[in-house]
Design a protein around this ligand. Structure first.
Ligand code: UDP
Length: 332
């Protein structure tokens, strides 16, 4: 039975990971400041004796050191995420993403605990190569555009993690997550899929930013989580960077059409200029498709859920949540 620390374990991906680890019989400690995570995400495992949750930040260093001391390995997922949040709150993005990783690596290194750092496909920046491979160049926009602070902060995390591996022999694996979706992901920080589903279920309109010709590949959280677990278990993954995601590409306009067709063909789809959606001069990425050859070789990974299956799961989940009576109302 292994013991894991998950920073950001009350978040969208972290809570799914916690459930999967607990289901395997492992012990899970969560450190989360609930800035974007929610305790309710852990409802299914809240009473499990193998789960402990600490609500605090990594800045409480003695606590972080103790939690790392008590575990065998650290999944470092705590980060500021969501393009909307990053544009609105760049100081928090930069500080949380860099300082958190610095502290996790510092304390993990003292005790030689393996660390998986959740990074992002944003680090490829505007790289137009299709598909994007782990050793491709990064092509980031200017510092005047807040969006790029996320990619930069995560790139620094990757550099630092790989430096700990090279200089101190600390086993660190970097998982570059492409757009991950599934139940519990919220739309309020900008993520497109939960936004479209919520908008459609509320009767529209579905808001497509720009002309909708930009594309993404959406991976189901239930495919991504086992990949993270396998990367953690695989000794040869240490010191490596892996793309994790799906390579099924869809334009945002097509995504809006699909959601509309599944929920209600009558609702409107509207285009909103980027300047209005984000900020003046916002730069979006045109395409982002991962090369999955490396992770396939390492752990036999292949995404299992198609876009249609993912949308069906998500729509059913949002419908079920909407149908649930509000807890306060139910108690009356
Ligand atoms: N997007 C959109 N409408 C929304 C939210 C997002 O058209 O209500 C677009 C966004 O501009 C981007 C794509 O959907 O082109 C994916 O956005 P998200 O924030 O989910 O992920 P990322 O940009 O990090 O890939």
């Amino acid at each position: 039975m292994a013991k894991h620390l998950i920073t950001g374990g009350a978040g969208f991906i972290g809570s799914h990971l916690a459930e999967a680890l607990v289901a395997c019989g492992d012990e899970v400690q969560i450190l989360d400041d609930l800035s974007t995570g929610q305790i309710a995400n852990l409802d299914r495992i809240r009473d499990n004796p193998r789960l402990t949750v600490t609500v605090d930040t990594f800045a409480n260093e003695p606590l972080l050191a103790e939690l790392i001391d008590r575990c065998d390995a650290v999944f470092h997922l705590a980060a500021t995420v969501g393009v909307m949040l990053i544009v609105q709150d760049p100081i928090r993005t930069i500080e949380t993403n860099i300082r958190g990783t610095e502290l996790v690596l510092k304390h993990a290194s003292k005790k030689k605990k393996k660390v998986l750092i959740a990074s992002t496909s944003e680090v490829y920046g505007k790289g137009a190569k299709i598909p994007l491979s782990e050793d491709d160049d990064m092509l980031l926009g200017p510092t005047a555009k807040a969006r790029w602070s996320y990619a930069c902060s995560k790139a620094v995390d990757e550099f630092l993690g790989l430096a700990y591996w090279k200089e101190k022999g600390l086993p660190v694996v970097i998982a570059r997550l492409f757009n991950t979706v599934g139940p519990r992901q919220v739309g309020q920080y900008g993520m497109v899929m939960p936004r479209f589903v919520q908008q459609a279920l509320a009767g529209g309109p579905i808001t497509v930013y720009g002309d909708g010709r930009q594309s993404r590949c959406f991976a189901y959280v239930g495919d991504v989580v086992p990949a993270l677990m396998r990367l953690m278990e695989t000794a040869e993954a240490a010191g490596q960077v892996y793309n994790v995601g799906s390579d099924q590409e869809v334009t945002i306009a097509q995504l809006a059409e699909k959601v509309r067709a599944k929920v209600n063909p009558d609702i409107p789809i509207v285009n909103i200029p980027y300047d209005k959606a984000y900020e003046e001069g916002f730069e979006d990425l045109k395409r982002r498709v991962p090369d999955l050859a490396r992770i396939k070789r390492a752990i036999g990974y292949a995404p299992r859920h198609s876009l249609d299956e993912i949308l069906d799961i998500l729509i059913a989940d949002h419908r079920a949540k909407a149908a649930k009576p509000h807890p306060k109302k139910a108690a009356v």
